[in-house]
Design a protein around this ligand. Sequence first.
Ligand code: C2E
Ligand code: MG
Ligand code: MG
Ligand code: MG
Length: 295
Amino acid sequence: YLAKEGRTGVELYQPNKDRNSPERLNLLGDLRRAVDNGELRLHYQPKVSLTDGAVHGVEALLRWRHPVHGPIAPSEFIPLAEQSYLMRQLTAYVIDSALEQAARWWHTGLPVRVSVNISARDLLDSALPEQLELGLAKYQLPPAAIQLEVTERILMGDQAYQHEAIKALAALGVPLALDDFGTGYSSLIRLQRLAISEVKIDASFVRRIAESEDDARIVRSIVDLVRSLGLRSVAEGVETDVVALRLAEMGCDLGQGWLFGKPMSPADATTWLRDRFEPSSAIEYGYRPEVTQTA
Ligand code: C2E
Ligand code: MG
Ligand code: MG
Ligand code: MG
């Protein structure tokens, strides 16, 4: 997790790495209270078309401002939560909060798809499909308003595509994105069997495509593979024009990164979206203004 923290460029609180250290246990206790205390917020980062700059969705990223330690990175507290029953509660909060924000956008003429990150165990939780179905109904949203981002690690198991919860999600019509692609071992066959619509190429490959021919080759072959399967490719961690241009030349569909927009508060994300939203990108979501705007 160190590499990611380094990338944020912010000085972040780092508890002792020892799993049972008093610091970590304290932090876990603090995290338990954080949801109720309103210390957790979602920020939103846009995904844009590399060819015409159109907005194709936003990714919800969890932010925790600790009352004493200040901002703590997800790479610090998500693994901590994953080791306890707390993750389930965090995921429930993230889904409700993301759907609430999606509804604000969809019902005011900004039908932008909101992606949420789902931890391994929560994806296989048999309660998840129902939770999503109830949430979509509560906020009067179609399944296409939301997308779940899951890391390839989760889907490594040979039988993942037969899993009841994953089948139920597919039946519900909520799209899945494969996060951090390239860092694990997903095979072509698994990509085909799972109901995945989007593959996100890990930033560690994307970042150096302008300097490293090896990295460029890897990304190009992932883009080709993803396209041959009829899926959408998204490059993560796009920071420079040169990288965006090379990705576009490779035929990569979407980019996400600081070049286009950092993760933003809901208010800032709304302003950002209002300035850039093209009605044409709404068509893909099956957006019907007469239905959604009256809600
Ligand atoms: P991820 O899902 O792969 O999210 C992308 C990460 O890259 C985010 O880090 C984002 O802020 C960062 N990023 C985006 N563009 C750039 C860029 O141009 N340059 C650089 N250097 N970084 C960029 P963040 O927000 O720290 O989140 C880290 C990870 O924590 C996420 O990786 C995701 O796996 C996890 N995470 C975040 N929020 C949640 C959540 O609500 N639930 C779960 N289960 N996991 C979450
Ligand atoms: Mg993600
Ligand atoms: Mg990722
Ligand atoms: Mg990641």
